[in-house]
Design a protein around this ligand. Structure first.
Ligand SMILES: [Zn+2]
Length: 203
């Protein structure tokens, strides 16, 4: 096997994307690297990625090449080195290249956690806004519909910051979300709501 085949068979696209600091939603979607993308429209499969927005597609090497402005061969060498695939070879200069998106490891876990909860909440709000919309102007408004209308834009804005904001803003926003257990409370509430809706479906 040559280095291209070795790297491709050893490293799933999603794993590389995560390792290099991309924000990934629960459904393996992330913001496209090939067109300006505010909402995640690129799907990360094991062997390839595909953007529903611009049609960009490729493998783990293409993704890495795009992320770090490298040629394919350099990207493959970087992957091999970063993932310890060929420990006998010394890391190439490319392996030492700084990512475009700087990564602070301690902070990244927190940020990904916040992003995951925000994504879940956003999905819930989107479904509430459709499910509980009033059918006539006289109908009293459902609390869930009201909450969706009030919160959706704001939550979307926070999720956007964590996806495309500059590092400083992302750090501040993550800190703010973690403060006083704000995001943990939200996660607990989402869990409860999910349990409720599953009970409802079962009944
Ligand atoms: Zn795209």
């Amino acid at each position: 096997m040559n280095i291209f085949e070795t790297v491709k068979s050893a490293i799933p696209v999603r794993q590389a994307a995560e390792y290099y600091g991309l924000q990934i939603c629960k459904n393996n979607m992330t913001c496209c690297l090939f067109h300006p993308d505010k909402h995640p429209s690129m799907k990360l499969n094991d062997d390839y990625y595909y953007c529903f927005g611009c049609g960009a597609t490729g493998d783990v090497i293409d993704l890495t090449a795009q992320l770090f402005d490298l040629g394919k061969f350099e990207a493959a060498k970087k992957l091999a080195s970063d993932f310890g695939i060929d420990p006998d070879n010394p890391p190439a200069a490319a392996a030492l290249a700084k990512p475009k998106h700087k990564i602070i490891h301690a902070f990244r876990e927190d940020e990904q956690y916040c992003f995951r909860v925000l994504c879940d909440y956003l999905h819930l709000l989107e479904s509430w806004q459709k499910l509980y919309a009033p059918h006539t102007p006289d109908e009293p408004l459902d609390d869930r519909f009201v909450e969706a209308c009030q919160m959706k834009d704001y939550i979307e804005y926070l999720a956007d910051i964590l996806t495309v904001g500059d590092l400083e803003l992302r750090v501040i926003t993550t800190k703010e979300l973690l403060k006083d257990g704000k995001i943990t409370e939200l996660e607990k509430r989402l869990d409860r709501l999910l349990d409720l809706s599953e009970e409802g479906e079962a009944a």
